[in-house]
Design a protein around this ligand. Sequence first.
Ligand code: NCD
Length: 339
Amino acid sequence: MDFRGAHILSVNQFQRDDVELVFQVADRMEPCAQRLRVTKVLDGAILGNMFFEPSTRTRVSFGCAFNLLGGHVRETTDVESSSITKGESLYDTARVISGYSDVIVMRHPTPGSVSEFAEASRVPVINGGDGTNEHPSQALLDLYTIKKELQANGLDVDGMRIALVGDLKHGRTVHSLSQLLKTYQNIHLTFISPHELRMPAQIISDLRAAGHNVTETDDMECGLRENDTVYLTRLQEERFDSKLEADIYRGRFRLNQAIYTRHCKPNTVIMHPLPRDSRAEANELDADLNQHPNLAIFRQADNGLRIRMALFALILDVTEKIEESTNEITWYTGGSVRQ
Ligand code: NCD
């Protein structure tokens, strides 16, 4: 695909070469993401960071990624304080905000809303999550993390075995990641969820049609066996009609040190898009795994910076200018490399 000026709305836009290109550019962002070097390659550019749903990592890392490239960030984080509450359409909002920005990231609770917004926008739009539908930048950073973690274990993405666990019906991160995996080969996917919260049938049939091996189960202990990666998710309680309904499933599937030791292969990589729900009644990923060397969740979150920097650099077509416009940082960092 041609990244220059492109909207990033769905993982289905990507071929394998496109994914690998994003990863190559992300690798080149390492010195800036690690605060060893600083660049002004996007000096003067403005990001419209529009979040109409709660977000910490996605909002802050998109903003920081743009800052790390030397650009400025304008945020709209609250529907209540925007004109959407006065009945303004997505079309009008897009026409207006795209006049103030060079690129826009948008998160919105309604599936399809970011595409609708992008159609009216005069600048590129990146989908930061549209309801239960998609979260393409998260899928890219998840796959980038899986690739790096597996490589460290002497494995490859092609042929890997991954278990995705939890609310697979409503989780946009697992929807996007599963679909992005179609660009690789011979993946074994095990979807572990309550029957009512299964992965959408269309995603499963697309994966099978692309030659991948898919198993569905509601038996966590069986499903965990033989995987190279296990990807936990939070119960998406905001997508349920009532808290009472969500309570039925809360805490059904958990991973902790004891379960990991008993049922996972020794080097299984542990992932979660975060936030993990650490309340006792949920606790899908126990803090007793915090020191585990295979717990990749914070490396995963860190990788979000590199991937989002790469997307901005590709869309705004500055990848060739990055190295020439970087300098040593001037401030004290304690000499530590972040990892
Ligand atoms: C996820 C999201 O918003 O879809 N968070 C994220 O972006 N890292 C997952 C979640 O909220 O459970």
